[in-house]
Design a protein around this ligand. Sequence first.
Ligand code: ADP
Ligand code: MG
Length: 711
Amino acid sequence: MGNRPRGNSIFVGITAMSFSLLSPALQQSVEVLRGVGSDRREQLQRLHIESVADLLGHFPRGYDDLTDVRPITKLEEDRLQTVQGEVVEMDGRRLADGRTIVQVVISDDGTHSLAGVWFNQPFITRRFRYGQRLAFSGKPKWRQDHWEMPNPRVQPLVETTGEQAPGIVPIYALTEDLRSDVLRRLIQTALDRFAGYLPEVLPPDLRLRRGLPVAAQAVRDIHAPASLDQGRLARRRFVYEEFLLLQLALGLRRRDLRDRQRAPRLPVTTQIDQRIRRLFPFRLTCDQDQAIGEICRDLASDRPMQRLLQADVGAGKTAVAIYAMLAAVANQHQAILMAPTEVLARQHMRTLDAYLAQSRVRRLLLTGGLPARARRDALQAIAAGEVDLVVGTQALVQDDVQFAKLGLAVIDEQHKFGVDQRARVRKLGVDPHYLVMTATPIPRTVALTVFGDLDVSTIRELPPGRRPVTTRWQRPSQREPIYETLRSALREGRQGYVVCPLVEESATLDLKAAEQTYQELQDGAFREFRLGLLHGRQDEATKAEIMQRFRWGEIQLLVSTVVIEVGVDVANATLLLVEHADRFGLSQLHQLRGRVSRGTVPGQCWLLADPTTDEARERLRIVTRTTDGFELAEHDARLRGLGEFFGTRQHGLGDLHVADLLADREVLRQAREDAFALVLADAGLRHPDHALLRRAVLERYGKTLDLAEIG
Ligand code: ADP
Ligand code: MG
C-alpha cells in the first residue's frame, strides 16, 4: 500500500520477493543458518520460508524510524521517539484490579526521568540492571510530573564502542512463536553470509539510468536501511525489477505476435462500412465510432490486431465487435466470437440473429453441449468455409476445430479466460486478428500489466437515453418496504432479479441460498407472481430454457446466483435486489447493476447488507455513490489488490510480489518504457549484458506467455 507515512513509521506493504536465477547457495534450506533447527524451520515454513532465498526475500512490511533521538527535556507527546539513558530505578507492584505494573526508569542527565511501563510482565525487570545504559523507543505521555512510555522497544547500548542509536527497525510479517527480534537476527545472519550471492539481472546501463542499487546491496538496504530513504530506494529497485521482467515478457510477446506473424488484410471500404451500419437499429455513439476507427486501422494491416476493447457495462461493445466480425466476413474471411459461458454464447447468437435477419451471412453456434453428430457436421462446415461466423465457448479452441479462413477472433470477457487462453487460440494454426472484450473496466495501470501486450480501445459513453441506475444500500431488516416497491413494479409489467451469493445453504457462512430464497419468495412475499430460479449447478439446457422464459416475460422475477453477472441482456428487467451485498466485490456489484440499465426505464438496485468490516462498508458506500465503472475499478483494485481483482488463477500471470500497481505506477511507467526500448534494440536479448535478464524473463513468464523461443 505504498509509502504511507504514519507518524515516523513507514509502511511499504512488502510481503515476499521471489528472486530469479538462484545460485545453489541461495537455494539451500534455512537450516544451514546457525540457530535454525527443526522447530524454527517449521515456524519459518508457516511464513512460506524454506530456503535462504525465501528468508532474504521476506521483506519488511514497513519500518519504525528510531533515529529521532531526544533528550528527555525535548520530548513530545504521542510521537515515536528514542531516549538514551541510564537505569536509575526499577519497581513493580500489583494494582487493585489484579494486574501487575512494572516500571523501569531511565535518566539522561541525572535530573529528568522517563519511566518505561509494562503491564502483566512482572519478570521484565530481570532483563535490566541498575546503571545499565539503554535506549527506549516509543510514544511518550506526560503524567503530571514525569514522562511515561508504555511498552517501549528496548535496545541495550553498547558501552565499549560508544553510543549506538537503534536506527531504523524493520517490521516483518510474523507467525506464532517467532519473535520479531529472532527473525531480525536470522535475516541479519543470512544477509552477512549470503547477500553477496544474489545475482544481478538488471543491465548496468538501465540500473544506472534509474539510479538503483545492485541487488546484493539493495537486499541489505531493504532489511537494514541506514535511513528511510535508503529503504525506499532499495524497495524501488525490486519493484522496478519486477515490473521490468513482466513488461519485457509482454513486450517480447507483443513483438512476437505483431512482427513475426502475418494476418490477412481486412480493409473496410466506405461501401462495406455503410452496409454494416445499416444493420444496426441505432446510430453508433462517438465512443463506439472511435473504437471502430481504431479497429479498422488494425484490420487493414497485415500485422495481427491485438486489441482490448473495454467498455462500461451496457456501453455497447457487442455492437462494435459485431461490426468487426462483419468487416472480416465482407473480406471473405471467417470470424469467431468466444464467450465464457453457454448462456452468453447463446445470447450473442441471438443478438447476431437479430442484426443479421436480413443478411446472407452464414452463422453457427458451437458449444460443448452439442450432440456428437451435430458437432461433426458443424466442424465440417467450418473447415469447408461454409460458415462465416461462429459463436461459441471454449469448445471453439479444441484441437479438432479447423477453420477454412479465420480472419478475426473476438474473445468476450477476457479476464475469465486469462492470458493462457489467448495463447491457445493462437495455436489454431492461423494468425487471425484479435479483439478482446472486457466488461470489467480496467484501471489503466492494471491494463498495462495484465494486458500489457494489447492496444486498448475504450468506450465510456453510454448510448443516448440511458438513465442511470439508482442504487440504495439498506439493512436486511428494511426488506418489507422494498418488496412492496418490487411488487408494484412487477404489477406494472416490469421484471427483476434477486441475486444471492451461494447455491446451497452453507452452515459456516450462513449465506442465504438462492434455492431457499426462491422458495421463500414464491411461497411468501411474491406468491402472486411467476418466479424462476437460475444457478450455476443447473445444466446448460435448463439454464437456457429459464433464460428464454425470462426473456419472454413468462418469468417475472428471476432468483439467481451470479450467473447473471456477465452480459445477460433483458431490457425489460429493471429491478435488482442483491442479498448479502457485502459478499460481492465492487466490480461484481457494478456488473450486476449493469443488468438493469439496459432499457430507457431507469433501473433500481437495492443492496441488502449488514456488513461487519470497514472494507465492506466502504465498498457499499462507493457503489452507491458512483456509477462510473472506471472509477469503481480503481477503488476495487486498491481495496482488494490485483490478485483478488482478477482472481489469481484467472489472469495467469501470477501476482506481483513487491510492487503495488497503484502506488508504484511511476516505476511501472519507467519499467515499461525501458522494457519496450530494450525489445526494440535487442529483440532476442542476446547482448551479454542481457543474458541474465533473458533467463529471468523466461524462467518467470516463458511458459504462461508462450515465449518458448525469444529472438
Ligand atoms: P455491452 O456489451 O458493452 O454491455 P451491449 O453491446 O450489449 O453492451 O449493448 C447494450 C445495449 O445497448 C444493447 O441492448 C444494445 O442494443 C444497445 N446499444 C448499443 N449501442 C447502442 C447505440 N449506439 N444506441 C442505442 N442503443 C445501443
Ligand atoms: Mg454485452
